[in-house]
Ligand binder design. Structure first.
Ligand code: GAP
Length: 600
């Protein structure tokens, strides 16, 4: 449970987000809609910068990753192949009193005394009874009458307005998740609830026209794998990345935008050679040698090295845009937590103010991104469901295979056969069919063909935007117009992702020469970066407004700029840094290069 200090901090962050136009409740004028959020002017810029940084790093600055932009609604078979149609579900429970819905696995366990009743009868009319059993958990130290009050409310909803509770019986319980933490009422049994939003394609609302709003962007990448590989002339190992909307009908959206029903994902599917193929080509498979970044990719890397590489690349990305390493946690999922097809998954967590704390009182963090080694599960599933071959031809493998001795060929074929058969059996293929298909696929190695494996770094744009906002939020003191110290709210965004990079101010708005010069500076910088021009109010107030917006630099055009104090200061401006509040004198000509260096 987050403590009250953390709640208070979160409240101040949420209030700043609304006040300054980072994030608003969706449809606010109609009372809002739970789990949906809109980004205001500053939030829209922040999100765009997050996505642009990711896109630049993940594809534009690499030779081995290309982009894709697919539709939100796709053929429903995609979700059968991926498993979402059957298994993308969370356990759901309802409060028997208030009907409030919870995710069963998120109910905090509680201890106390349970008050059980077999039913109730109406004190004023004995003919009116309810035989429905009901229970209430009473937290330690609370008055038993409060449990009885909750029980009476429950029976009142069933028409027993003056309830006399029947057969009261008490029982001590430890760590139970069967009761509503807010009022102690018994919850319903858990039912599975599929999180995909449904819709209909075309005018007829029939089962065959049903489609889903995608719950992740990844599946389109798998479905388009062959097309993209062909047109981009990429050879494994290579990746396809995508940024886009995803929709999940979350049972309990919470923690501001952290768990929303509509959000954006940034996903990379990086396709690699199976380890047997690497071994056939390179003689052996390189293994991670210890902590840290494994360096430049090598042909001898198997899935473990690639997985490690992407975890480190992703951590470096977060640091690049201003999340300190100490605010991040690298969580290796335990074997029992892994999805059945995953060989390893690392969750990258950020220590949000609302994160749970461990016994030592340290924030444990909440997931920003998962980096999963998903074997060949996804492409294999689409191969099975679509009937289209998802394998690739690898010239190097074919050549290398021809040079292997018979013992090595047998060993590698056998390993390939076993891993393919195990996958097919796990995904409910009958044993004889699985055996035959696995044998055929193992034989494919000799022809240079295989289904690629994949490493998937999958991140949420909105969660990252929220982490950046939480990380940036700060309060300190700064002098006001009269030199008196006042509290300053400052958003210390890294210049790379700050919504506005520089604010330009004429010292006084009623001096046309200052305004003219300031507009010239604005127009000089605007093609290169986001500029906010502000001439309204005292200069100190204008600085303060930009501090709250997280603008890292402020440029003031004053009388020195006009050369009134002598020619040496002519065409120089005051450059103010948001965090240190230090001011320096800079030549206008030098501004573009100086600022670009800091924001790129
Ligand atoms: N293709 C893999 C996949 O979708 P996931 O862990 O379900 O994996 C990846 O989602 C990321 O998407 C998460 O780490 C998180 O950042 C973001 N995400 C998932 N559900 C979300 C939600 N309800 N609201 C906001 N972001 C969410």
């Amino acid at each position: 449970m987050a403590d009250s200090k953390a709640n208070d901090l979160m409240e101040r962050i949420v209030s700043l987000c609304k006040r300054r136009g980072f994030i608003f409740q969706s449809s606010e004028i109609y009372g809002g809609i739970n789990g949906f959020w809109d980004y205001g002017p500053l939030g829209a810029e922040l999100k765009r910068n997050v996505k642009d940084s990711w896109w630049r790093i993940m594809t534009q600055r690499r030779d081995d990753v290309v982009g894709l932009e697919a539709t939100i609604i796709m053929h429903p078979k995609i979700w059968e192949a991926s498993g979402h149609a059957t298994t993308f579900a969370d356990p759901m429970v309802d409060c028997l009193l208030t009907k409030k819905r919870f995710r069963a696995d998120q109910i905090e366990s509680q201890s106390g005394v349970v008050y059980h009743y077999s039913g109730a009868e109406d004190a004023t009319d004995k003919a009116r009874t309810s035989k429905e059993p009901y229970s209430v958990l009473l937290a330690p130290g609370k008055n038993p009458d409060s449990a009885r009050k909750v029980a009476r409310q429950f029976y009142a909803l069933r028409g027993i307005t003056e309830a006399r509770l029947l057969d009261e019986r008490t029982e001590k319980v430890e760590n139970s998740t069967r009761y509503n933490p807010e009022n102690g009422s018994l919850l319903t049994e858990a039912r599975m609830f599929n999180l995909m939003f449904k819709t209909y394609v075309g005018p007829v609302e029939s089962a065959e026209n049903m489609a889903y709003l995608r719950p992740e962007t990844a599946q389109a990448i798998f479905a388009q794998f062959k097309n993209v590989a062909e047109v981009s002339r990429q050879k494994v190992p290579f990746g396809i990345c995508q940024i886009g909307k995803a929709f999940r009908n979350e049972i309990n959206p919470r923690n501001f935008t952290f768990r929303s029903r509509e959000f954006e994902q940034m996903e990379l599917e990086f396709f690699i050679r199976p380890d047997e193929v690497v071994e056939a080509i390179c003689g052996s498979v390189a293994q991670p040698a210890g902590p840290g970044h494994p360096g430049e990719p090598q042909a001898s890397w198997g899935w473990q090295m690639w997985h490690k590489y992407w975890v480190e690349e992703r951590l470096a990305f977060y640091e690049r845009i201003g999340l300190p390493r100490t605010s991040l946690v690298e969580y290796w999922q335990k074997p029992e937590e892994l999805a059945h097809y995953a060989r390893a998954t690392v969750d990258i967590l950020y220590k949000f103010p609302f994160s749970k704390k461990n016994a030592a009182g340290e924030l444990m963090g909440e997931e920003l991104e998962g980096v999963a080694a998903r074997s060949d599960f996804d492409l294999s599933q689409h191969q099975r469901f679509s009937g289209k071959a998802m394998g690739v031809f690898d010239e190097e493998l074919k050549l290398a295979w021809g040079k292997l001795d018979e013992a090595k060929k047998t060993a590698l074929s056998q390993r390939c056969f076993e891993s393919r058969r195990n996958y097919l059996v796990k995904t409910n293929e009958p044993a004889d069919k699985a055996e035959a298909q696995a044998r055929e696929e193992a034989a494919g190695l000799a022809r240079g063909s295989y289904v690629p494996h994949v490493i998937e770094p999958s991140a949420g744009v909105d969660r990252l935007a929220l982490a950046l906002i939480c990380n940036a939020y700060g309060e300190d003191t700064a002098p006001d117009e009269k030199g008196k110290m006042e509290t300053r709210v400052v958003m210390r965004f890294h210049p790379r992702i700050a919504p506005v990079k520089v604010a330009v101010f004429p010292l006084l708005r009623n001096k046309p020469e200052l305004v003219k010069k300031a507009r010239e500076v604005r127009d000089l910088l605007r093609p290169l970066m986001t500029v906010f021009y502000d001439e309204a109010g005292a200069i100190g107030r204008r600085y303060r407004r930009q501090d709250e917006a997280g603008t890292p630099f402020g440029v003031t055009i004053d009388f020195d700029t006009l050369g009134e104090q002598g020619p040496e200061l002519k065409d120089t401006v005051t450059l103010r840094e948001r965090d240190s509040m230090k001011q320096s004198r800079v030549k206008i000509d030098a501004l573009p290069a100086l600022l670009l260096e800091k924001i790129q």
